[in-house]
Design a protein around this ligand. Sequence first.
Ligand SMILES: Nc1nc2c(ncn2[C@@H]2O[C@H](COP(=O)(O)OP(=O)(O)OP(=O)(O)O)[C@@H](O)[C@H]2O)c(=O)[nH]1
Ligand SMILES: [Mg+2]
Length: 463
Amino acid sequence: MDSDTIAAVATPPGSGGIGVVKISGPQAIPIALSLFQPSSGPSSPRSHHLYYGSVVDPETQSTIDEVLFTVMRAPHTYTREDVAEIQAHGSRCGLGAILELVLKQGARLAEPGEFTKRAFLNGRIDLSQAEAVIEVVNAQTAEGLELAARQLKGHLFQAIQAIRGPIETMLVEVEAAIDFPEEIEDIIRPEPFAHRVIQKAVNPLEELLKHYDEGHVYREGVAAIIIGRPNVGKSSLMNRLLQKERAIVTAVPGTTRDFIEETVNIKGIPMRLIDTAGLHDTDNLLEVEGIRFTRERLDEADLVLFMVDCSLPLSDEDVQIFDLVRSRKTILVINKIDLGDKAQVGKQIGKIVERLPGLPRVEVSALYDRGIEGLKAAVFNEVTHQTGPADLPSIVPNLRHKIAIQGALKASMDAAEGFRACLPAELVAVDLKEALDSLGEIIGMTTTEEILDQIFNRFCIGK
Ligand SMILES: Nc1nc2c(ncn2[C@@H]2O[C@H](COP(=O)(O)OP(=O)(O)OP(=O)(O)O)[C@@H](O)[C@H]2O)c(=O)[nH]1
Ligand SMILES: [Mg+2]
């Protein structure tokens, strides 16, 4: 267990109404007390009470800031260690000065996610709950937040434990059979044992995988890229979806040179939306760079919004772009339906669809905000395969969990097969152990240091 004391500014960089310096570890309280001068009240503060006073530099006796001050004694704290928190005014400079004093008194700067890592290592939360902390902090939509909050409460942990328990019991029985080979046939009865594995492990694991398929986009989000010829209205669409004038729109083709990326909420799904430079043949170096970039981004995107302008005849470039995107998950966005009368527009759309067949399509006017709800519905449908918002699954594993669940599922199916085929008990025991280990990875019982580092490095400092 770490015995050093760590400290960090827990609020985001920049200036705000208040900012918090957080300290955790065996020396947290003495360090904090050495800097705090209460305006009144006891010299030894009570745990989990808020005190008013000042932070004073013990060397120079100069007052740094007026603060609210809390000590929280172990074990009822975030990290299960002694914790002190200093709420100061939220100036970067002032918080920096307080943190510096704290470090001078013997604390060291916390690494990203280290407070939460300690909460995990000290057994207050399991690994899936620790992961949920970062998702709660970063949640972009109410649905994503709800799923993360459920995981933080321990719902996934409980579901995994509910599967591990019966496997563990069976492993004990199988191991008993290994120890008493003469009684093996009384202990292990192939069909009932196989049935137990299916019912207690295989079925619930398959259910969790189904939940992943249904719900992961709410947590992980999707990346969509808008591409099309210059001037078709890509940046206008970006602005409409964001409901703000984020990207520059002009009547000059080639306006967007760099790419622009923002997150929008599509019916609860966080969608990273990328506006790009128009794709066309060009000699202009700057644009060539932009176009190269667009192609790279295209490979990373989950969804392509391929935009064409229905006020102009289709060009070879449109068809070339179609060839580039037709095998990907793509929505054809036919823009500028406000130009021309209904019959003209209808005729033009017919021609477009004839030459660019096979894609789901929406018709919009990015300029006049028409068809945008239909586009959102089409996006939702493409990424969830549902027509309207359905009930969120109660528990949605993330990608890391999914891989571990798949491992546990395979091992459980092997164990069930092993029982049925009356394989030696030793072999079935190996499968059961493997299932347990895979599930243990999810909750942090059997997780390598490398994976822990990967998880906690995604955190911000101070969490
Ligand atoms: N009438 C009409 N004009 C539109 C519509 N959408 C965009 N425009 C106009 O088309 C021109 C180009 O729009 P942009 O959004 O800059 O197009 P773009 O595809 O981002 O263009 P580049 O960045 O140059 O590739 C601007 O003058 C827009 O006002 C639309 O739905 N109807
Ligand atoms: Mg543009």
